[in-house]
Write a protein that binds this ligand. Structure first.
Ligand SMILES: Nc1ncnc2c1ncn2[C@@H]1O[C@H](COP(=O)(O)OP(=O)(O)O)[C@@H](O)[C@H]1O
Ligand SMILES: [Mg+2]
Length: 274
């Protein structure tokens, strides 16, 4: 669905500061792809380059990011570089940026924030029907309908983050890019939200790219894993293989520093339930 080919990305027009250096990877349909690496290794920069948001002074110096999406109405295949993804945002590609709690507008009730951004095709029918559909979707995230009448500050951090994940998934996008979606939350809330994201991915059969510096999270839920270090990919492959047999010293150290991982992976547990 997305092909990242030898891409070098950085910031600034006068002096170019390299943040991602010659990275190649493929994002497939129907998988959870993890991106791990220490702070400053270029994870968020890579996400922005894939999403095609160049508003932060981001620049692709060389290489390409190419997407192939099937238009859900016409069935036509759209192939384009990420610099032309903007019309696909939310509709086909959802992005939960790092520190995204601040993405919610503090002055607007949740319902208005969801409805205002919806693609036209989702806004058919009456406002009441639409509200009912959104409420039903939120219920799947353990959120009650009255959340729609709340302002963001009236919700807990965990609820706000659930709202954001729900908004991202509501229109059934083919690709969800989630950058540290649970990092600021306590472990119990974190786990609930991650499991919710896995469930959505399994149901919608789309692709979830999950950025986290926490290898425990990747062990729990990702299918494939990319390890970044100083702007480069040092290792990538099926998550289970990387944990069983890490190749790069950086990965070996990361895994050695984890608390012992007990029990089954969350995806396996979920698989047994559904
Ligand atoms: N908006 C920006 N302007 C300039 N440099 C940036 C910007 N955002 C990130 N960087 C730099 O790019 C590098 C990678 O950062 P980032 O992609 O945020 O890494 P990570 O998400 O892995 O912590 C860092 O050296 C960081 O300082
Ligand atoms: Mg980051």
């Amino acid at each position: 669905m997305i092909e990242v080919d030898n891409v070098t990305v950085g910031y600034g027009s006068a002096g170019f500061i390299k943040a991602v250096d010659g990275v190649s990877l493929t994002i497939n349909d129907n998988e959870i792809l993890g991106i791990a690496g220490e702070s400053g290794s270029g994870k968020s920069t890579l996400m922005r380059a894939i999403y095609g948001d160049f508003s932060t002074g981001l620049r692709i110096q060389s290489g390409t990011v190419t997407g192939r999406f099937t238009d859900p109405r016409s069935g036509k295949v759209i192939e384009a570089p990420s610099s032309r993804f903007a019309p696909l945002w939310w509709d086909q590609i959802s992005y939960i940026p790092q520190g995204s709690m601040s993405v919610l507008n503090p002055l607007m009730k949740i319902e208005a924030q969801v409805v205002d951004g919806l693609p036209k095709r989702e806004r058919q029918g009456s406002r009441g029907e639409l509200r009912a559909r959104i409420a039903a979707f939120l219920a799947g995230f353990g959120l009650e309908e009255n959340v729609l009448d709340a302002y963001p500050h009236q919700l807990s951090g965990g609820m706000r983050q659930r709202v954001l994940v729900a908004i991202a998934a509501f229109v059934n996008p083919r690709l969800i890019l989630a950058d540290e979606p649970t990092t600021a939350l306590d472990v119990v809330v974190q786990k609930k939200i991650l499991l919710m994201m896995v469930e959505i991915q399994r149901r919608q059969r789309n692709c979830l790219v999950l950025v986290s510096h926490d290898l425990g999270v990747h062990y729990q839920i990702t299918d494939r894993l990319v390890i970044m270090y100083q702007g480069r990919i040092v290792e990538q492959g099926p998550t289970a293989d990387i944990f069983a047999n890490p190749q790069h010293d950086y990965t070996k150290n990361l895994i050695a520093s984890l608390p012992r991982l007990h029990g089954k992976r969350a995806v396996e547990t979920l698989g047994a339930v559904s």
